[in-house]
Design a protein around this ligand. Sequence first.
Ligand SMILES: NC(=O)C1=CN([C@@H]2O[C@H](COP(=O)(O)OP(=O)(O)OC[C@H]3O[C@@H](n4cnc5c(N)ncnc54)[C@H](OP(=O)(O)O)[C@@H]3O)[C@@H](O)[C@H]2O)C=CC1
Ligand SMILES: O=C(CO)COP(=O)(O)O
Ligand SMILES: [Zn+2]
Length: 353
Amino acid sequence: MFEKSTWIRLPRNVVVGHGVIDRVVDVVDDLHLQGRPLFVTSPTPKDVAADPIAADFEAAGIDPAVVTVETASFEAVENVIETAEAAEASYLIGIGGGKAIDIAKMASHHLEMGFLSVPTAASHDGVISNRGSVPDGNTRHSVAAKPPLAVVADTEVLSQAPWELTTAGCADIISNYTAVMDWRLAKRLKDVEYSEYAAALSEMTAEILVDNADLIRPGLEESAWVVSKALMSSGVAMSIADSSRPASGAEHLFSHQLDRLAPDAALHGHQVGVGSIMTAYLHGGEDGIWRDIRDALSSIDAPTTAAELGINDETVLEALTTCHEIRDRYTILGDGMNERAAIEVATKTGVID
Ligand SMILES: NC(=O)C1=CN([C@@H]2O[C@H](COP(=O)(O)OP(=O)(O)OC[C@H]3O[C@@H](n4cnc5c(N)ncnc54)[C@H](OP(=O)(O)O)[C@@H]3O)[C@@H](O)[C@H]2O)C=CC1
Ligand SMILES: O=C(CO)COP(=O)(O)O
Ligand SMILES: [Zn+2]
């Protein structure tokens, strides 16, 4: 008997383009959201976007509450929940990078309220996804939440953000190649839940981005357009799979472990990019696609070595040999690499000297 079922949650409105930050009030209206919003933002995005959006709401007769978060933590999520209750907010708007959006996503999930996602940086593919990521003790990976009701991604704002944030978003997308390799491997060896549609969408997204690498240049608003579309598409793949599997394999385990060993040393996207070079080598050896991944990363100015990440060789090796323990997700790392194997992959790929 056929007993399978699926429930795919996706945003209702996705608004991308030049100057669309001025349309947040219209989007709220289109969604028939009533009452007071709580803006969840962080210091720089507050100045860049939250303050101007607040002025638009005030002009429309709506008085938004605002909370600024400094770090991604459960404490911050709790603080947002308390602020929303005290302000009698009826929906949330996350305005910023991954930190602000994930905290808004997790708080709104807990409050059973809708939220909007207004990215100020094209730095990660959680903009639209149904996953929230906040470190919890020794774990550091995304957990199930709900996707935003709407995304408003202003390419002018995104293109004015520091260039490395955009290259981090590109690297997060390029890492989809190895994430999908790991997912297929886990399907073959462990019979994990797998979606061919989500895997294909994720790979195609990485391919389109790499094919358009010549459009990804600092100061070019079209870059923000190309990258944001890829981030949306990758986030939709996660929502279809109801898992981060299409966009997160061993290269993400490596990055999550670096977050613990060397907090704030490098951006999420840059770390997963370097991880992806090494896990591609583990999958395909010398003749695999690891050089293509490295060249794609360097063509968009993303780091390809430990030194460019600002992380020392010992930390890279420690992360490689321990990151399989981060979560119960089968990848090419199997039950863990020993140190000699880690040195081999990191030196052969030029990640360490
Ligand atoms: N939920 C999901 O599915 C996914 C979640 N993630 C998560 O997202 C996070 C990574 O996102 P990321 O955006 O790199 O992290 P942050 O939100 O920490 O942003 C990185 C930096 O960019 C700054 N910034 C943001 N916008 C601008 C702007 N317009 N101009 C200048 N500076 C700006 C922030 O400033 P300030 O310090 O002032 O805030 C911060 O210093 C990780 O926690 C990762 O785990 C990643 C992928 C998927
Ligand atoms: O960063 C992500 C996808 O790009 C989310 O993946 P994780 O579930 O590993 O946090
Ligand atoms: Zn990621």
